[in-house]
Design a binder for this molecule. Structure first.
Ligand code: BES
Ligand code: MN
Ligand code: ZN
Length: 501
């Protein structure tokens, strides 16, 4: 899929399909009215006939109209202008791309007048790219027959070229397009890795993907194997690996965007890379356990974000750290009650082997401090409790640092990848007391589980600008639309772009 912008009268553009908008309350937009005049009332005729009522996401494709340069005009229902927000915009773009016609290889949006309240044209352009790419995305690399694939992708218009008809030409929209595409590339990488099952997506597979990213995008990469992880003293991380025959990997990716030859004060992204979470000896129930292949979506988000920024080259240094392993039960697996020593020296009583994410992240958080990071953000499908609290709308944001939290909230809003700030104050720390070690790895069952998980991590980042994103509810969907979402790649990329600006 390719994108460009153009300043041209909608009726004159030569494309397979021109998309124009009809609001439910206001009727055709100004550019749609232009097309109506050029076609001697074709738009109004479709409205008068009752075919197009402006209902959000509805589509009527008119063919062979005289007076226009395009073979098809798609009338796109935009819904009520008063309800036309972020979500409506993405929905109507998606409906257009899905429904414009199997033969369409060039599509133009006369959408400059599909104004979203509080959003600049460059936002719309980026959102258009995101929605169009998401509509066409499929995870079908493990399907052998085209007929087994979900409908829509073998319809001949894989190579779609989309033109945004701009009111005026400018660098801003071109930049927005490039950002939109880079973010979509990052999101799709995160989706692909997230969706790939655990028999393919092993810790070593993630390491090979990191090497490939480094090769393709001139990043620096380091992969640590079990012996090297032992040498670092990561007893907490290692405790999670003991039940699996898959060797663990600690993956470090570096992007240098500023500071000459040094790698000064990077933003550190730490992603949970549990390639499968069975719960270990504290075994999970069987229902939907397949979804625990998504337990490496934090890692996937780090990779996707590194991919996006490597393409956009902002002037900011970034280090991505991914501890990767499987959490399985076996005769050699860690047992409830076992006590381990983390890289920080603090001891941990593992009361529940299913609270493993924090056990691998705490050592990664200790490790990353050697880079003297300007900020540390960890990203993890950490707790079911976060899904209970926030569902699949907002990612949970936990930070004691109000400035960093404000930055992330602003980036989330700009990127359309929302977060909700959650508490992390020390009043919850009591729950992590252990009779035998410095701390337990769980709090009181059924009691603020996403907060106590964040409080556990907080013990490893004293005096750091640190934020934790719990993406358990937002990184993937279950049910019939099962699949990774690529979140929070848009948020993280936006955050890094804003830091560089
Ligand atoms: N990976 C899970 C969290 C999770 C649950 C993600 C559901 C997505 C959907 C994590 O490792 C886990 O098992 N957490 C436990 C913690 C508990 C034992 C304190 C949980 O949430 O139940
Ligand atoms: Mn778990
Ligand atoms: Zn987990």
């Amino acid at each position: 899929m390719e994108f460009n912008t153009k300043t041209a009268a909608p009726e004159s553009v030569k494309v397979d399909c021109l998309a124009i908008g009809v609001f439910e309350d206001l009727g055709p937009t100004p550019s749609a009215r232009r097309v109506d005049r050029a076609t001697h009332g074709a738009v109004h005729a479709a409205i008068a006939s009752g075919d197009m009522k402006g209902k959000r996401g509805s589509l009527v494709v008119l063919r062979s109209l005289s007076g226009v340069g395009c073979a098809r005009v798609a009338l796109v229902g935009l819904g009520k202008s008063t309800d036309f927000g972020d979500k409506a915009f993405s929905e109507v773009v998606s409906a257009t791309v899905r429904g414009c016609g199997a033969g369409v290889t060039t599509l133009a949006f006369a959408a400059s007048d599909w104004k979203v309240a509080g959003r600049a044209p460059s936002w719309s352009v980026r959102a258009m790219v995101a929605a169009a790419r998401a509509t066409r995305f499929r995870s079908d690399e493990l399907k052998t027959k085209a007929s087994d694939r979900p409908a829509g992708e073998d319809d001949g218009n894989q190579r779609l070229r989309i033109t945004w008809l701009a009111e005026k030409r400018g660098r801003e929209l071109e930049t927005a397009l490039r950002q939109g595409e880079a973010i979509a590339n990052g999101v799709e990488l995160a989706k692909r890795l997230g969706n790939l099952p655990a028999n393919f997506c092993t810790p070593d597979y993630l390491a090979s993907q990191a090497r490939k990213l480094a090769r393709d995008w001139h990043l620096k990469v380091q992969i640590f194997d079990r012996r090297q992880i032992e040498a670092l003293g990561m007893g907490s991380f290692l405790s999670v690996t003991h039940g699996s025959v898959q060797p663990p990997r600690l993956i470090v990716l570096r992007y240098q965007g500023s500071g000459g030859s040094g790698f000064a004060n990077p933003v550190a992204l730490v992603g949970k890379g549990i390639t499968f979470d069975s719960g270990g000896i504290s075994l999970k129930p069987g229902a939907q356990m397949d979804e625990m292949k998504f337990d490496m979506c934090g890692a996937a988000a780090v990779f996707g974000t590194m991919r996006a920024i490597a393409e956009l080259k902002p002037t900011v240094n970034v280090v991505g750290v991914v501890p990767a392993c499987e959490n399985l039960p076996s005769g050699s697996a860690t047992k409830p009650g076992d006590i381990v020593t983390s890289m920080s020296g603090q001891t941990i009583e593992i009361l529940n082997t299913d609270a493993e994410g924090r056990l691998i992240l705490c050592d990664a958080l200790t490790y990353v401090q050697r880079f003297r990071p300007a900020a540390i953000i960890d990203i993890a499908t950490l707790t079911g409790a976060c899904v209970v609290a926030l569902g699949n709308v907002h990612s949970g944001l936990f930070s004691k640092d109000d400035e960093l939290a404000a930055e992330l909230l602003a980036a989330a809003r700009n990127a359309g990848d929302s977060v909700w700030r959650m508490p992390i104050d020390d009043d919850y720390q009591d729950q992590l007391k252990s009779n035998f070690a410095d701390m337990a790895n769980i709090g009181t069952p059924g009691n603020a589980g996403s907060v106590t998980a964040a409080c556990f991590l907080a013990r490893f980042v004293k005096d750091q600008h640190w934020a934790h994103l719990d993406i358990a509810g937002t990184a993937y969907r279950g049910g019939t639309t099962k699949g990774a979402t690529g979140r929070p790649v848009p948020l993280l990329t936006e955050f890094l772009l804003a830091r560089a600006a």
